[in-house]
Ligand binder design. Structure first.
Ligand code: ATP
Ligand code: MG
Length: 483
């Protein structure tokens, strides 16, 4: 039976099918499937998806709403009112899944189940919407996997001579960095940092710069944020082209005829200008790497075997050099296979279909300093579920639970600075000594920790919950021949 991995990306989505154990890439020909949907403004029909929508986006905008980056809207209240219908982010995401399923069908048959990759710290609400979006396209998400971990699994052969590896996946919408440890056939996530910064933000910055530059010579004009949507989208597309071109040359022109009623836009962008324009974002990437390695995994850069760079934005001119300057280990630049790596890692996991093993130690501390471990490393996710009963010891109107986790490979200490607070939950109480508080916790099938507390006294009950979406896991690698 074929198994599938899907990388539902902000800019590009991709699928990999394992057919007879061998990976087959599915997108648009040899390119991934752009996460773009064009919907007719009057009829509300989906006119184009993926590559067709991307290629014809300028002309399609006459008759259609062309929606890009739907992933970044998941979990929000955004609504597109098109052709008399309300389109929610999950409806648009479902169209991307449908487009991908149509591409998969002739190559690998109907896709009914797949493992889907998600960014680090993808909120539970976003996971639920992604699951529903896939379901609307007939695809049951068998499991989620973190995007950098999926990329690591795909590249295991390339990096297996090292023990500790930082994976830096910088895409169109998010920057995801994980530190993983390889122990024989085990891959252990030691830390994960997710930052909502991607190529879309860089394009916006370049577009605004070009707009302001043009304003200096235009007869009249409006500020960038007041420009009409169509002109802004056209300029964003040109900014993206320029950003890519400056990977291979020193200077490029951003040109747009009849730009928003402000004449023809023609602005020269040099590599040096782009580097200084985007230097705050590059600093954010370097800070994210320091956070993942030093603060979260509690390691020095000397302990790192390599940094594996994946994702389209990792190709940004000058990022590689900046990372080489920062670390003392090998740095692997994005490969030509970059568009497929995450989907292929997800497909490898789909093939495994084994239990997820937790790689976190998390515990609860009460206001009086007493400490209760709740989840520990090596436990199968299915077995993390429990109910604890507490009683308050003094006349108080609230009870507070603080959640701590151990960094990197450290055991969870009952006290001390090595543990880190990751959240808290405060529940109102009724001020009676010995008042009972019940705390239940479980790991949801969408792979986040769900804790709910309930206080109850003489019919006056209150419930509060806390969700933690940055759990770390351990994976056992697939058999040889499935990579
Ligand atoms: N040569 C290049 N230089 C700079 N940026 C590039 C280059 N090639 C592609 N990109 C950028 O990479 C981004 C797309 O990368 P990728 O396909 O990895 O993202 P994604 O998987 O869709 O997004 P995410 O993982 O954040 O959801 C786009 O913003 C694109 O402009
Ligand atoms: Mg991606």
């Amino acid at each position: 039976m074929n198994v599938f991995g899907i990388d539902f990306g902000t800019t590009n989505s991709a699928a990999v099918a394992l057919i007879g154990g061998l990976p087959v890439k599915i997108g648009h020909g040899d390119r991934p499937f752009p996460s773009i949907v064009a919907i007719h403004k009057v009829t509300g029909r989906v006119v184009a998806r993926g590559f067709e929508a991307w290629q014809q986006r300028e002309s399609l905008r006459e008759t259609c709403e062309v929606i890009t980056s739907p992933k970044s809207y998941l979990g929000s209240n955004h609504v597109w009112k098109i052709g008399g219908h309300d389109w929610l982010p999950l409806d648009i995401a479902a169209e991307v899944f449908k487009g991908l399923a149509d591409k998969i069908e002739p190559v690998a048959g109907t896709v009914t189940e797949a493992t889907v990759s998600i960014p680090v710290g993808f909120a539970p609400a976003k996971r639920r919407e992604l699951r529903r979006a896939a379901m609307k396209a007939g695809i049951k998400i068998s499991s989620f996997v973190s995007e950098p971990t999926a990329a690591l699994l795909k590249n295991h052969d390339k990096v297996k001579m090292w023990t500790k590896i930082a994976v830096l996946d910088w895409g169109g919408g998010t920057l995801d960095i994980s530190v993983v440890e390889l122990m024989g056939k085990e891959v252990r996530e030691l830390s994960a940092v997710g930052i909502p910064l991607g190529g879309d933000n860089l394009d916006a910055k370049i577009a605004e710069w070009a707009h302001n530059h043009h304003l200096k010579t235009a007869q009249a004009g409006v500020p960038f944020h007041e420009i009409d949507v169509k002109s802004r989208d056209r300029l964003l597309a040109k900014a993206e082209d320029a950003k890519r071109q400056l990977g291979n040359c020193e200077v490029t022109d951003i040109m747009l005829p009849s730009y928003g009623g402000m004449g023809n836009l023609k602005v020269k962008l040099t590599l040096d200008t782009m580097k200084s324009l985007l230097s705050p974002e590059i600093e954010t990437v370097l800070d994210g790497l320091k956070q993942a390695v030093n603060s979260e995994a509690k390691m020095s850069f000397d302990e790192l075997g390599c940094v594996l760079m994946v994702g389209g934005s990792s190709k940004l001119a000058s990022l590689y050099e900046r990372i080489v300057d920062l670390v003392s280990c090998e740095v692997i630049a994005p490969s030509p296979e970059a568009d497929w790596e995450v989907a292929q890692g997800a497909a490898m996991l789909d093939h495994l279909q084994g239990a997820h093993v937790n790689n976190d130690n998390i515990g609860i501390e009460l206001c009086d300093g007493s400490f209760f471990p709740i989840i520990s490393k090596g436990t199968e996710v299915e077995h993390v579920s429990n109910s604890l009963n507490f009683g308050i010891v003094e006349d108080t109107q609230s009870a507070c639970f603080n959640f701590y986790k151990a960094p990197g490979n450290a055991p969870l200490a009952f006290s001390g600075s090595s543990r880190r607070r990751v959240g808290s939950l405060v529940i109102p109480t009724n001020g009676f000594v010995n008042e009972a508080i019940n705390v239940e916790y479980t790991i949801d099938p969408d792979l986040f920790l769900k804790v709910s507390a309930r206080s109850d006294h003489k019919g006056q009950s209150a419930t509060r919950s806390w969700e933690y979406d940055q759990l770390l896991f351990t994976y056992h690698l697939p058999l040889e021949g499935h990579q």
